[in-house]
Design a protein around this ligand. Structure first.
Ligand SMILES: Cc1ncc(C[n+]2csc(CCOP(=O)(O)OP(=O)(O)O)c2C)c(N)n1
Ligand SMILES: [Mg+2]
Length: 589
């Protein structure tokens, strides 16, 4: 069978004669599809071409939903967020070398964010790739994928497809979820084998993401530390959202009475309007808390590494004095940035239910001084924000536009909000309250641009709910061509482009005074709405909050693919939004 590994003998029931498939035979194409279906995977996000075009056709013929994209990165982002929403690995299917590389960014982002996805790429002939003889789209994909994913596998023989898919599924969803790469060389698809033996070779994965029960000592340690706190705080991360342990998490928060902070994608796990939500007092509670319980949240840059001024430390690196409880599925997470006094390792659902049992029924609420201090900061900041939101400046700015989005989400709490950009991201996160779990999907751990339209497509396909995307005009550009995909599948997606003529703002000028505009500036007054009309969707142009409201309400009423070009004051944004401080500053002026 012309295999590159001479030590592997050709199995007797595998032949290399495509076209000779009889009813009693199956082939690589069908085995891949059957293996996915056997494991309850019903959707593929991908982009066809050699050698996987027929795989997309045959998958569709076999009743799978095959969502075809315009660029693999968007298909990959769709797969990743489908994985986050469903706890099943999202599948992204690409061609070899360039298609694979296009999908790779999404797979790496999935791994970073702990989203379960499987990137399946066709690849070229092993013999030619390994001798570097210059095959069509030649690349040693497996080697390149390895450092960017949780696991990477290659299947050379049809009889091993069942094992390959099973291993990929387990790797993607068990423990801390992540991206997995599965390499399927072109020759595999045409290999035939006896149909009964083929069926028998497939594996239905039993218990793909086994519960990981925390140790009793660790639970006791965590509960005791929490009980000792005078100013406790709970931080909910997107791991807590992923876990789908919503009722228990809510019970834990409410029974302990502890103020909590949701990270961006944990917003809505409890309604952001919950009286214990401390989002509006973030800069007060982080430095003031004495015991912090992290639930599915890592102490990475998004939480200032658990130290420094944000946490009340004297300078950038010094400890603020908090004690930490960290609930996480990975035993390696604790102590990554600061000392974790009570690590609690297990799946979030099992850990939270153990904590609930541990705190029992007679838990005293946190000291009243702490709760009232938090409440006071909160109401002051909320009042200040309400004042800002009530203004109606001309031209429209981020606040007055997002005040509309805030009302729309309040009236449509089941809608899914996709969000990317800099100012368009940061203002949306702080202004738009979420009411239900896993409804906010955004740039995640990396703050990556380009997730927008891929996330929209997957969110609509997976949930059937209305999707609303709030996109910076720069952010939108990374995946904007997928509005054709949105129109093609007639998805209920309303994209709002917050058009401030550029990256961060539209007012920069070329310091050298030449004819080129500044690197952050785009075409002024661009009409993104016209793009949507080109594909039969609805385009709207909004220069006031009233126009924006009308267009969004109409989009939701009609469920038609819609793009609203929301004209935002080009002076309104700030450099890098809320993370200006991360910009290196030049020594030499
Ligand atoms: C893949 C990638 N490339 C570049 C960046 C750097 N970056 C951060 S935000 C941003 C765009 C900000 O502009 P826009 O989306 O228009 O948002 P605004 O602040 O103008 O609302 C860019 C390019 C990134 N985060 N990810
Ligand atoms: Mg912009």
């Amino acid at each position: 069978m012309g295999t590159a590994e001479p030590q592997v003998s050709t199995p007797r029931d595998v032949q290399q004669h495509p076209g000779m498939t009889t009813d009693a035979q199956t082939d690589g194409f069908h085995l891949v599809i059957d293996a996915l279906k056997l494991n309850g995977i019903d959707t593929i996000f991908g982009l066809p071409g050699i050698p996987i075009t027929d795989l997309t056709r045959k998958a569709q013929a076999a009743g799978m939903r095959v969502i075809s994209f315009r660029h693999e990165q968007n298909a990959g982002n769709a797969a990743a967020i489908a994985g986050f929403m469903t706890q099943k690995p999202g599948i992204c299917l690409t061609v070899s070398a360039p298609g694979f590389l296009n999908g790779l960014t999404a797979m790496a982002n999935a791994t970073t964010n702990c989203f379960p996805m499987i990137l399946i790429s066709g690849s070229s002939e092993r013999e030619i790739v390994d001798l570097q003889q210059g095959d069509y789209e030649e690349m040693d994909q497996l080697a390149i994928a390895k450092p960017l994913c949780k696991a990477a596998f290659r299947v050379l023989h049809a009889e091993d497809i069942g094992v390959g898919i099973a291993r990929a599924i387990r790797a993607a969803v068990s423990g801390r979820p992540g991206g997995v790469y599965l390499d399927l060389p072109a020759k595999l698809f045409a290999q035939t084998m006896d149909a009964a033996a083929g069926k028998n070779s497939l594996i239905k994965v039993v218990d793909p993401a086994p519960k990981q029960i925390p140790g009793g000592d660790a639970v006791k340690r965590a509960v005791e530390l929490l009980r000792s706190a005078k100013r406790p705080l709970i931080v909910l991360g997107k791991g807590a959202a992923y876990a789908q342990a919503d009722a228990d998490i809510r019970a834990l928060i409410e029974r302990t009475g502890i103020p909590y902070l949701p990270m961006a994608m944990a917003k809505g796990l409890l309604p952001d309007t919950h009286e214990q939500c401390a989002s509006a007092a973030r800069s007060y509670v982080l430095p003031e808390a004495d015991v912090v319980m992290l639930v599915g949240a890592r102490l990475n840059w998004l939480l200032s590494h658990g130290k420094g001024k944000t946490w009340g430390g004297k300078d950038a690196k010094s400890w603020g004095g908090q004690k930490f409880i960290q609930v996480d599925i990975s035993p390696q997470e604790a102590d990554s940035n600061v000392r974790i006094d009570a690590p609690l390792v297990g799946d979030i659902g099992s850990c939270v239910s153990a904590l609930l049992a541990g705190i029992g029924s007679s838990w005293g609420k946190p000291p009243a001084e702490w709760l009232s201090a938090v409440a006071e900061r909160k109401s002051k900041n909320i009042a200040k924000m309400a004042e800002t939101l009530a203004k109606d400046p001309k031209p429209m700015n981020f606040h007055s536009a997002l005040n509309v989005v805030r009302d729309i989400i309040k009236a449509n709490p089941d809608a899914i909000l996709v969000n990317e950009g800099a100012n368009a991201l940061d203002f949306t996160r702080s202004i738009v309250d979420m009411y239900k779990p896993r409804k906010r999907l955004d740039v995640g751990t990396w703050g990556v641009m380009g997730i927008g339209m891929g996330f929209c497509v997957a969110a609509a396909v997976v949930s059937g709910e209305q999707v609303i995307a709030i996109e910076g005009d720069s952010a939108f550009g990374f995946s904007g061509m997928e509005i054709e995909t949105i129109c093609r599948y007639n998805l209920p997606v309303c994209v709002v482009v917050m058009n401030n003529n550029g990256v961060y703002k539209g007012t920069d000028v070329n310091p050298a005074g030449g004819p080129d505009v500044a690197p952050t500036v785009f075409v002024k007054g661009a009409r993104y709405d016209k793009l949507m009309e080109a594909f039969g969707g609805v385009g709207a142009h909004a220069t006031t909050p009233a126009e924006l409201r009308k267009a969004m309400e109409e989009a939701i009423r009609s469920r038609k693919p819609t793009l609203i070009n929301a004209v935002i004051d080009e002076t309104a944004g700030t450099e890098s939004g809320r993370i200006t401080s991360l910009n290196p500053s030049a020594k030499k002026k």
